[in-house]
Design a protein around this ligand. Structure first.
Ligand code: TXA
Ligand code: MG
Length: 332
């Protein structure tokens, strides 16, 4: 199959709609990462997404809708705090999990009684969602467990030959996946950290829990139990306090003929002062925006990525650190 990469205009939107209506999948830009979208009402189309990505069939998908879509067609029991949060932060990088009405295909939620809904703010994807006027189930558009894509080029690298169309909406400005928030209980609970932080949610909803998955238990968000975002090379992660250990390890690796590269923020980059650095940038927002592109660069140029955690760990950085830890965990 030839994979077309097209800017978003009336012609590419028409092609995208035809593909979606015939049960196919289209890669779409969002403000977080690129997604691989299919008609959420069509079980065959949704199952096809799992097959293309090689995604485990117990990891549910997020349903994307345009800003005018009436989500009461898809979900029920929307609590007051969710209405307030939606007013404050949507469209934007916040996915909200509600009780499902059972109108989308059961394949979307892998048998759960809930469904995750997201209204992305990226103008290009809003045009697409409006044009198809269907709920679109879309995981990130990478091969399962690989680094998420933040450009059409990243999607092409993973899915060339496997899908017909990539809608090119430029580089994703946010860079890490949306915050996933469970809105089925008396107060919201973060299932996956992201650019909409706990502090931001607390401010509007009054309270906000954070779910922490422990190995072995049934995950409230099945994606939590999988290794994710991993580059195709060895990785090792050091804490901020272990910079000197990291540098010693780096020197050893290079001496043993292993091409290694350091992945760190601008502050640490200045401290270590070596040539082989992938610099994530200065602010937490920069680091979120750059993380996946740097990991994809790293896997191309090095045999091993040695990552050093940043000093600050709160706010947006909590999301960045969560992805960095998952990407650079040593177990393969
Ligand atoms: O920013 C994003 O969220 C991107 C873009 C494309 O929208 N999408 C994304 O999808 O990251 P994916 O499939 O890579 O991650 C979806 C996450 C998984 O961790 C999954 O377990 C969780 O959302 N999830 C989906 N439906 C759920 C549900 N009903 N209950 C709990 N967690 C759910
Ligand atoms: Mg993903």
């Amino acid at each position: 199959m030839i994979t077309k990469v097209l800017k978003i205009d009336i012609n590419s939107l028409q092609l995208a709609r035809n593909i979606i209506l015939s049960g196919g999948a289209v890669a779409i830009p969002t403000e977080t990462v690129y997604g691989l979208g299919a008609n959420a009402y069509d079980t065959g189309a949704v199952e096809n997404i799992f097959a293309i990505k090689g995604r485990p069939n117990d990891n549910p998908l997020i349903v994307h809708v345009h800003r005018g879509f009436d989500i009461s067609e898809l979900v029920t029991d929307i609590p007051d705090y969710a209405v307030k949060l939606a007013d404050a932060y949507l469209p934007g990088p916040l996915t909200m999990v509600y009780r499902s009405k059972g109108t989308v295909s059961p394949a979307v939620s892998c048998g759960l009684s809930t469904v995750a809904i997201r209204i992305p703010s990226h103008e290009g994807v809003q045009k697409f969602l409006k044009y198809v006027n269907l709920p679109i189930a879309a995981p990130s558009a990478n091969i399962s467990k690989h680094v998420s894509p933040t450009s059409a080029g990243h999607v092409y690298a993973d899915l060339n030959g496997k899908i017909e169309l990539i809608l090119d909406g430029g580089v994703s400005a946010g860079g890490i996946e949306s915050t996933v928030l469970d809105c089925t209980g008396p107060e919201p609970v973060i299932l996956r950290t992201g650019l909409i932080t706990r502090e931001m949610i607390k401010k509007v909803a009054g309270a906000c829990g954070v779910y922490e998955y422990k190995d072995g238990e049934t995950a409230r968000s099945p994606g939590l139990k999988y290794k994710h975002y991993s580059p195709d090379c060895r990785t090792k992660l050091f804490k901020y306090e272990e910079i000197s250990d990291a540098m010693e390890y780096f020197t050893q690796r290079m001496r043993n003929g292993v091409k290694a590269v350091i992945l760190c923020d601008d502050h640490v980059a200045k401290m270590v002062g070596v040539n082989y650095v992938l610099n994530l940038g200065k602010t937490p927002e920069d680091m979120a925006a750059n993380l996946y592109a740097r990991l994809r660069e790293g896997e191309k140029i090095a045999q091993e990525i040695i990552a050093i955690e940043p000093k600050n760990k709160s706010g947006v950085m909590a999301g960045v650190l969560n992805r960095l830890k998952k990407a650079c965990a040593e177990v393969k």
